[in-house]
Write a protein that binds this ligand. Structure first.
Ligand code: IPD
Ligand code: CA
Length: 270
């Protein structure tokens, strides 16, 4: 696997190739583990925030592959943590299974998410959906594709006709506020979708399967890959920053009206 460091097209394409290779190998692994059953082994922020044996083993595999192919580079992962956004150099950001609850239940909407960042900015990314054999990827400035087909976000221009994805925290007090925000939005849009994987929600925006996506309180491993894929497919993406933990990605034609609606619905307080 090639090694390199920089920001020109050849470099980001090399990084994309590594992200794709890791997402594919880890995806094959989690699919094989799912065929043997998925066992909840522990919980994190609440009783519903589960970790399966596959989550931890898949992250170990991702770290081993990155250690071989990108020796010495930082890795931040959902299960083992790590020093994210180092002052210098690249940081690989891995969510070994995004959509763990779906995985636990055997619902095929779960993903392996791999991105590489510099100074907190994603340069290349891959999101695999192993149960469907799909793989999205992107490199900064080079576009996004799904299984070799170039992606473009939807041409939505009317918020009231737009399909908006969202997700909910594992903590019940925050969920109540998120539910109130969704109740406020719902009469003003086509409908909402809560599919259970932030990475795949962002890829859905990239594919035009959703017109927009909004969620509070995500971690960087949830969005590091999907946000680049959405942006490279033409979405306007607002990452969490400056005290706001809102992530927003939408087709350009509805971004302003969606942001206004979120402000009306008290998105800052969610
Ligand atoms: C979760 C999923 C979910 C989102 C949650 C995330 P996990 O990640 O992305 O869609 O709503 O906020 O924590 O726990 O399945 O890796
Ligand atoms: Ca996740």
């Amino acid at each position: 696997m090639p090694s390199g460091y920089g920001s020109d097209i050849q470099d980001v394409e090399q990084l994309r190739a590594t992200a794709v290779a890791v997402a594919q190998q880890v995806g094959d692994f989690v699919l094989r583990m799912r065929a043997q059953g998925a066992w909840q082994v522990q919980t994190k922020t609440s009783d519903t925030d589960v970790v399966t044996a596959a989550d931890t083993a898949a992250e170990r595999l991702a770290r081993r592959l990155l250690g071989q192919w990108r020796p010495g580079e930082h890795v931040l992962g959902e299960e083992e943590g790590g020093a994210g956004s180092p002052a210098h150099g690249l940081c690989w950001v891995v969510d070994p299974i995004d959509g763990t609850v779906n995985y636990l239940y055997g619902l095929p909407w779960y993903a392996v998410s791999v991105a590489v960042q510099r100074d907190g900015q994603s340069l290349a990314a891959a999101v695999g959906q192993p149960a469907a054999g799909r793989l999205w990827s992107a490199a900064r400035g080079c576009g996004a594709d799904c299984d070799g087909v170039a992606l473009r976000v939807s041409g939505a221009t009317h918020l009231e006709l737009s399909l908006i994805g969202t997700g909910f925290s594992y903590r019940s007090e925050r969920r109540a506020r998120q539910a109130a925000m969704v109740a406020c939005m719902l009469p003003r849009i086509r409908d909402v979708r809560r599919a259970g994987s932030a990475a795949l929600d962002l890829c859905s925006v990239a594919s035009g399967w959703l017109d927009g996506y909004v969620e509070h309180g995500l971690h960087s491993w949830d969005w590091a890959a999907g946000s680049l894929i959405a942006a490279e497919a033409g979405a306007v993406v607002r990452l969490p920053k400056d005290g706001s933990d809102l992530l927003l990605a939408a087709a350009p034609g509805i971004m302003d009206s969606l942001a206004e609606l979120l402000a009306e619905c008290g998105a800052d307080a969610v």
